[in-house]
Design a binder for this molecule. Structure first.
Ligand code: NCD
Ligand code: ZN
Length: 354
């Protein structure tokens, strides 16, 4: 039977939530990955935008999974801005090497009152200067909800990432040494932009399993309304040409692209009633990545994508732990702890050997 053994991976973008939900979902991530970046937009509008909250959260993860290499970014909010030099110095003292920004209104629990337009103005500019100078990673959700070129008209979901490329371009022009992670790149335009950047820029992008599989038309009507909330995440799934480019970038062997599942658990009821954005993919992430690499005949590049390029960008040694996947069919549970699971109910070709 076909099997593959590689270094255990690094999930550069996932959501572990808090409390009971954290203890429920964390084992799925640790089963798949040796480490990862746990995002600090927690349930109930709680955001890890202070050192106290950030470090306490890291301790919680460590208590549940001591050997998991967890990175918890400091979330950029209005509260955090304004004391850039102090904040960055203190972050470094505490070993925090990643700052994360989720613009308001675009996805679950974004930074209230801040959008990508704020990147152009103080106090954000001061923070960016400090991040650049101190080699701290700026991990950013590049989507924009309105276009000032068009009188603040709303930008349709499908185009919100593409429209945000100019903000990335601005960051590169003004802060050429800033280390940037473009989270969950999902449009061909963004991926091409990143692929074509000169080598001197330290820009990378995480790629999710669902953006390599789910099609926009499986989620939204032609009028842009969501009819399948279980497949809804932000950035929204794109179209066939984008899906192909996500897969090609994933399997390209280009170190600018690495794994970041954006696994984002939401309870069934809330997902259906509120159409909350987020897909819980932790139980099937490695199986899905493996399936895609096999499909494209690029199995020899899988390990770099899941386990080497990410740690390299974040400045870690890749894990020495191993994971083995075997080509044996598995039926995915529809839900776990009342959380709908990505590909739930499907029979998938690869499984993880326990
Ligand atoms: C994420 C979540 O649920 O926290 N949702 C999502 O659709 N990806 C937030 C995020 O990463 O944008
Ligand atoms: Zn996310």
């Amino acid at each position: 039977m076909k099997r593959i053994t590689i270094r255990k991976g690094f999930d550069a973008h996932m959501h572990l939530r808090d409390g009971v939900m954290m203890s429920d979902v964390l084992p799925f991530t640790t089963n798949q990955f040796a480490g990862g970046v746990a995002m600090g937009n927690l349930p109930g509008n709680e955001v890890l935008d202070s050192f106290e909250k950030n470090l306490a959260y890291l301790e919680k993860i460590k208590a549940l999974a001591p050997s998991f290499n967890a990175v918890v970014p400091l979330m950029v909010t209005r509260e955090l801005l304004g004391r850039a030099s102090y904040i960055v110095k203190t972050a470094l003292k505490h070993g925090i090497k990643v700052f994360k920004f989720i613009p308001a209104g675009l996805t679950t629990n974004g930074a209230e009152g801040l959008t990508l337009y704020d990147l152009y103005t103080n106090p954000f500019t001061e923070l960016l200067e400090e991040l650049e100078e101190n080699g701290i990673i700026f991990s950013c959700h590049f989507e924009v909800g309105t276009s000032r070129i068009h009188d603040d008209a709303p930008v349709q979901m499908l185009w919100q990432e593409q429209e945000a490329i100019r903000f990335l371009q601005y960051l590169l022009e003004v802060y050429p040494k800033l280390k940037i992670v473009v989270e969950h790149a999902s449009s061909y335009a963004m991926i091409y932009f990143i692929e074509k950047l000169p080598e001197k820029y330290q820009v990378a992008a995480t790629l999710t399993p669902h953006h390599a599989i789910v099609n926009y038309w499986d989620v939204c009507n032609p009028d842009g309304n969501i009819y399948e909330p279980l497949k809804y995440c932000k950035p929204v799934a794109k179209q066939e040409q984008d899906i192909n480019v996500v897969k090609l970038a994933m399997c390209s062997g280009n170190p600018r692209f690495f794994a970041g599942t954006d696994s984002a658990p939401h309870l069934y009821g809330i997902k259906l009633s509120q159409k909350s954005a987020g897909i819980f993919s932790a139980p099937v992430a490695m199986q899905t990545y493996t399936e895609i690499f096999e499909q494209l005949g690029r199995m020899e590049y899988l390990e770099n994508f899941t386990s080497v390029f990410g740690p390299q960008f974040y400045g870690f040694q890749p894990s020495d732990e191993k994971i083995t996947l075997v080509k044996e069919q598995e039926r995915v549970a529809s839900s776990l702890y009342d959380i709908p699971v990505f590909r739930g109910g499907d029979v998938i070709p690869w499984s993880i050997i326990k």
